[in-house]
Design a protein. Structure first.
Length: 100
């Protein structure tokens, strides 16, 4: 998780969901500092591998002006712009919760 004013890799991440093709994170990312000039939250999803490099699954973006506490569907795209999936994100006051 990062912002449109930052360059990946982003400093914040959720826990890894093991042994599933339908992960549910339901994680909070507390104490995340939003850069003053940021306008979007950027989400990157990876398939974690133990032996080799993690596989990039997709990247999505959510406006920081989206209504808080609503569930938002964020479409994910690979580096060539092809759709790869989606995640659901809700904002809570003081934290951001990422869930699918």
């Amino acid at each position: 998780v990062g912002f449109d004013t930052q360059v990946p890799p982003f400093p914040n991440r959720s826990r890894t969901c093991n042994n599933t093709t339908e992960p549910e994170w339901d994680d909070e990312v507390p104490d995340i500092v939003i850069p003053p000039s940021a306008t979007s939250l950027i989400l990157e999803v990876y398939d974690e591998d133990w032996v080799k490099k993690d596989d990039f699954m997709g990247r999505g973006q959510l406006s920081l002006y989206a209504p808080e506490e609503d569930m938002h569907v964020v479409d994910l795209y690979d580096d060539s712009g092809e759709p790869t999936g989606r995640v659901c994100v809700s904002f809570k006051k003081g934290t951001k919760t990422v869930a699918t």
